[in-house]
Design a protein around this ligand. Structure first.
Ligand SMILES: [Zn+2]
Ligand SMILES: [Zn+2]
Length: 334
């Protein structure tokens, strides 16, 4: 049954019936040291002082052409070009696409540069992935970025990568053991994610060594073209999931219509449904929504509506509700 929610109650409704899914971002590649304001500012804005130096031969071109060249540069080159002098920094900082990324997705930009994937994709490709909202596998909201091929994806699809293989990665070292090619040979023909040690997945698996990872489908396609048999490699049983997390990072979505930045929202009502053993509840677990999508979902989620009623339209905090006590002992959210 639909419930009429007055606009001024939307924040309360979100606070009581939903929860953020930031913890997903901590199961994939992330930067422990969040970028402090001075760093964010230095990546986003030009220097306040006048640019004196020129861009050399590029100065002869109209600004629109220079901007078109910038958009076509790979992400790493654009970032380096911005560091050439104050003029270059001003030009790149004035690109609306660059600014949007630097303001709303600086951690994703950092991940792309850190893992060396920035040199494999031009800035327009990165921006196009940022502007898309859907997971490229299931079509629902995607709050993560699969680095090997710059695909927006969601946690549920990353977790089930074995079944669809689109978000499946393999270590370069494993490929080199299987085929008569060295890691260097493979690194020349495949885009390699230089993944960092860290703690990955909901199992909090500790990875002590850096890893070089490639997309399994890319590797099989390329090796197949070179005359190698991909099928025999695919039959091996590998720890695809943790390595998949290492090659993925959080990817916020900027909803221009509402001006909000979306990291993903989970439904507490669906947590309750799973706890009650409701039919179909398994499929609803860990489904991430944008704010707008969640408000729509709320209208068809009886359990979320019950929480809202129990909270007396948000006047009782979720933590004080009986249902919160029931859910407290259960490790939801993964
Ligand atoms: Zn998905
Ligand atoms: Zn729900």
């Amino acid at each position: 049954m639909a419930i009429d929610i007055r606009p001024e109650l939307q924040d309360s409704l979100l606070r009581v019936t939903s929860r953020p899914c930031h913890h997903f971002a901590m199961g994939v590649f992330w930067t422990p040291l969040r970028h402090p304001p001075p760093v964010r500012l230095s990546v986003t804005v030009p220097f306040p002082t006048m640019a004196i130096a020129s861009l050399g031969d590029l100065s002869a071109l109209p600004t629109e052409i220079v901007l078109a060249i910038c958009s076509a540069m790979d992400v790493t080159s654009l970032f380096r070009f911005r560091q050439v002098n104050r003029r270059a920094r001003a030009i790149v900082s004035d690109m609306s696409q660059y600014r949007e990324i630097a303001i709303f997705a600086i951690e994703t930009l950092h991940a792309l540069l850190f893992t060396r994937m920035g040199s494999h994709f031009n800035f327009t490709q990165f921006y196009d992935a940022f502007r898309a909202m859907e997971c490229q596998v299931c079509g629902l909201f995607g709050h993560l970025l699969f680095l090997p091929n710059l695909q927006r994806c969601c946690w549920k699809c990353l977790r089930s990568a074995r079944t669809h293989q689109q978000l499946h990665v393999v270590a370069l070292a494993d490929l080199a053991k299987f085929y008569p090619l060295s890691e260097d040979d493979l690194g020349r023909i495949l885009p390699v994610v230089h993944a960092a040690p860290g703690i990955y997945s909901e199992h909090r698996e500790i990875v002590n060594e850096p890893k070089k990872l490639v997309s399994l489908s890319d590797a099989m396609r390329t090796l197949g073209k070179l005359g190698f048999d991909p099928q025999s490699f695919l039959q091996r049983d590998t720890n695809y999931y943790t390595t998949g997390c290492m090659a993925t990072t959080a990817f916020p979505y900027h909803d221009r219509a509402t001006g909000t930045i979306e990291h993903g929202t989970l439904c507490r009502g669906c947590d309750v449904a799973l706890n009650n053993g409701s039919i179909g509840a398994e499929a609803r677990l860990n489904r991430a929504y944008t704010t707008k999508q969640f408000l729509e979902h709320f209208q068809s989620c009886p359990e979320a509506q019950n929480i809202w009623r129990d909270s007396r339209e948000g006047t009782i905090p979720f933590e004080n509700l009986n249902v919160a006590q029931t859910l407290r002992s259960i490790p939801w959210g993964w």
